[in-house]
Design a protein. Structure first.
Ligand SMILES: [Zn+2]
Length: 447
């Protein structure tokens, strides 16, 4: 009798609770209050939240270490062009730029101003920039760390792709002009890892090659302050990864480590094995894995071959459930599908790039869908990068932060006005997105 009675009691309580709360807590399709008022109020609160920037490439335009690849000439989306009038606002906000356009003559003022400040401020130059934008700390996703970035403010995320290109890359490099730029840079990166670990030539066996890879990961993590590894593999090949056996990988390695050009299929199988090895090591070492998951620049970036959903077999593989994955750029422009991957406990999203390509009106809608789905799994990043003189790392930090704050305030204001969440819940979500969720992925390493 007892279980029955207690169940009846429970049902009764639920009915009572529903009756009490439904009057105040049912959401509806149209705002019942002025969304703009809530937006303005929230925006001023959101501006006070110190930010953790989960993805950026801080650096000066003449610094080759800012990325492990280089941008080939290609067409930029509208907002990233040097004709974007918002860049004038950025220059005014950051450098008290005195003009209202970026004509060649006026832009010179900006170039000189940055050079002057860089000389005056040294290591504080980029930290001062973070201060202006209320970014507490940020990721520096770079080939190597720069001595002009203060390690208290910038944490390193290194690139792990180059381990997948150890053989003769003649075919790889010749595929198109973009690969002709990218692959030699991967070769250079691999040579840098080898000299870092005092490895004079490619090890003779796969076993020793894997040991070398692990040595680099551990060295970067323990001695160089790295908090995560990053893949931009979508730029270099398909992100469909098969599951070859160790014996298969061993055989391919044995055949090509000392010379010879591997046929494409064999090279891909070997790379698939190495990628999975790196992902597994990321779990063992508590070194989260960041993956470029959006469209990319250049005429030959293959959107369907690098579609974020291609990664699903890896992301949902129980063998990698200890690895934290961060989907950099949120799968854009498939961010609405990609958010459902964040239902997996070890998968997180990053909105960088989205807020630079999308204007606030469009970004608000994407972010709102994320906030309504897995608000505890989404993180903010700028993808700041020295694109050109007008859109430097400085201006792209500004553009990313401004757009994200406006989009966030707008999305949350709509959710409040349609009865989805309370204002205090909205601020909790804002803190999580701009800071808390990303920070929780690197315990003791970031704040
Ligand atoms: Zn990036």
């Amino acid at each position: 009798m007892r279980p029955f009675r207690s169940r009846a009691l429970c049902v009764g309580m639920v009915v009572l609770m529903l009756a009490v709360t439904s009057a105040v807590a049912q959401s509806h399709p149209y705002p019942t209050t002025d969304v703009r008022d809530i937006y303005t109020r929230l925006l001023s609160q959101i501006e006070k939240i110190p930010i953790f920037d989960h993805h950026a490439h801080p650096g000066f335009p003449d610094d080759p270490d800012v990325d492990a690849m280089a941008a080939p000439p290609g067409s930029s989306p509208l907002r990233e062009r040097d004709t974007n009038p918002e860049l004038v606002a950025a220059a005014k906000a950051l450098f008290q730029y005195p003009y209202d356009d970026l004509s060649t003559e006026h832009a010179k003022w900006l170039v000189n101003k940055k050079a002057e400040l860089k000389k005056q401020q040294g290591i504080a130059y980029f930290s001062n920039l973070l201060d202006k934008l209320n970014i507490e700390q940020g990721v520096a996703n770079r080939a190597m760390m720069a001595d002009y970035l203060d390690p208290k403010r910038f944490v390193w995320v290194f690139f792990a792709d180059s381990f997948m290109w150890p053989f003769d890359n003649k075919h790889e490099t010749g595929r198109n002009v973009d690969q002709g730029v990218y692959i030699p840079l991967q070769e250079k990166m691999l040579r840098r890892w080898m000299s870092q670990e005092n490895v004079k030539q490619l090890p003779g066996t796969l076993d020793d090659y894997l040991k070398f890879i692990t040595q680099v990961l551990e060295d970067n993590q323990k001695n160089k302050g790295a908090i995560a590894m990053k893949f931009e593999v979508a730029y270099f090949r398909s992100t469909k990864f098969s599951d070859p056996s160790r014996e298969q990988a061993e055989e391919i390695y044995k055949r090509y480590a000392s010379g010879g050009v591997p046929p494409e299929q064999e090279y891909r199988s070997f790379q698939d094995y190495i990628f999975r090895y790196l992902v597994r090591e990321g779990g063992r070492l508590h070194l989260p894995v960041h993956i470029h998951s959006a469209v990319g620049i250049g005429d030959y970036f293959n959107i369907s071959e690098s579609n974020v959903m291609n990664l699903e077999n890896i992301l949902r593989d129980p063998r990698y459930s200890d690895t934290i994955f961060v989907l950099i750029h949120g799968g854009y422009p498939l961010e609405r599908e990609a958010i459902w991957l964040a239902s997996v406990k070890n998968i997180y999203m990053d909105s960088s790039l989205m807020e630079v390509v999308m204007y606030p009106a469009a970004f608000k809608d994407s972010l709102k869908q994320w906030l309504e789905t897995f608000p505890d799994k989404i993180t903010f990043g700028t993808d700041s990068f020295p694109y050109n003189d007008a859109l430097g790392a400085e201006e792209s930090y500004w553009l990313g932060v401004q757009t994200a704050r406006m989009g966030l305030a707008g999305a949350l204001a709509e959710m409040i006005a349609t009865g989805e969440i309370t204002e205090s819940k909205a601020l909790e979500m804002a803190h999580a997105y701009l800071h808390d969720t990303a920070v929780s992925l690197y315990p003791g390493k970031v704040h």
